[in-house]
Design a protein around this ligand. Structure first.
Ligand SMILES: [Zn+2]
Length: 70
């Protein structure tokens, strides 16, 4: 049996995200998806805290169509 050629891993970037402050909830969102400076968790309503996550660059493109307010 031949091994399939390995697919190259997409590059990853470290992004600022918001994590749910509740220990029972794994909710989180990207910084550019937050509704205000102190977002609440969309899953449980708990206040969220700043966090950082490593995500594939390609993933990040899906967020680009969000309008940036200036
Ligand atoms: Zn939550």
């Amino acid at each position: 049996m031949r091994f399939q050629q390995q697919v190259e891993k997409p590059p990853e970037v470290s992004l600022k995200v918001w994590s749910c402050g509740s220990e029972e909830c794994n909710g989180w969102m990207r910084d550019n998806f937050k509704s205000n400076d102190n977002p609440d968790c969309p899953l449980c309503g708990h206040a969220m805290v700043e966090d950082e996550r490593t995500l594939p660059v390609l993933e990040n493109f899906s967020a680009i169509h969000m309008k940036k307010e200036s």
